[in-house]
Ligand binder design. Structure first.
Ligand SMILES: Cc1cc2nc3c(=O)[nH]c(=O)nc-3n(C[C@H](O)[C@H](O)[C@H](O)COP(=O)(O)OP(=O)(O)OC[C@H]3O[C@@H](n4cnc5c(N)ncnc54)[C@H](O)[C@@H]3O)c2cc1C
Length: 204
């Protein structure tokens, strides 16, 4: 595979580098000291630069190729590593999962919000299930037209700020790793509780 960026990719890299140096760098210290989530900055990055939909297909996002996407994340990480993780988790394991595996109805409902305004999160890990993700204990039981999810998740990047979470739960405990399903869970779902921030080496 050829990894050398082409002219278009270099232009994108330079645009993001300029944005990161002029608009992001001045915010880092204040936000890190206060442990503050950069909501206003994210809003600008989604609306002005399209960075909320880097891995969503048209008409929802800009569907960047892997090298361009990596260059964007690299340029953000160069100035503010924690911001790069916020943006990468939102795009790669929230937006991209819904874009690739969601139904047309789910895509039409969530992708316009996620690419324009919302922040997404990915919720697989649990206190007793990290590397061995198949050991997760959260269950999802069908109840008419709904599923009732029960369990506890941790280490959720963007957890405090997200509007929507891709949550993994066991739908068929007898089927082992094959009995796990991903659900899109809105933050305001009744019974959903977002608790304390985790201290994850400065990552939000
Ligand atoms: C900054 C940060 C952000 C994160 N963001 C998210 C997120 O957004 N969503 C999410 O779901 N999770 C997230 N995580 C959780 C992350 O995916 C888990 O920390 C990871 O899966 C490891 O799980 P664990 O911490 O429980 O460690 P464990 O699984 O308990 O592993 C501890 C140690 O044991 C080793 N080990 C484990 N099993 C074996 C084995 N079978 N054989 C040999 N060695 C083994 C591991 O390599 C490791 O060194 C995040 C974690 C961090 C640090």
């Amino acid at each position: 595979m050829h990894f050398e960026p082409n002219e278009e990719q270099k232009m994108l890299r330079d645009t993001i580098r300029q944005f990161a140096e002029s608009e992001v760098a001045p915010l880092v210290e204040e936000h890190e000291r206060a442990g503050k989530f950069p909501r206003e900055l994210i809003d600008r990055m989604w609306k002005e630069l399209g960075l909320g939909g880097m891995l969503a297909s048209e008409p929802y996002g800009i569907d960047l190729d892997p090298i361009s996407y990596t260059l964007v994340i690299e340029e953000l990480a160069r100035v503010w590593p924690s911001l790069a993780i916020i943006v990468s988790v939102h795009n790669s394991v929230s937006v991209q999962l819904i874009n690739q595996h969601g139904s047309e109805e789910q895509k039409a409902k969530y992708l316009p919000e996620l690419t324009e305004e919302w922040v997404g999160a990915f919720s697989l890990s649990e206190p007793g299930a990290g590397s061995d993700a198949g050991a997760l204990r959260t269950t999802a039981k069908r109840d008419g037209d709904f599923y009732i999810l029960n369990g506890e998740k941790n280490w959720v990047t963007n957890g405090l700020a997200a509007n929507v979470y891709v949550v993994f739960a066991k739908t068929d405990p007898d089927a082992g790793n094959r009995g796990i399903t991903a659900f899109i869970v809105d933050r305001d779902t009744p019974g959903m509780k977002v608790e304390k921030p985790e201290r994850k080496l400065g990552i939000k």
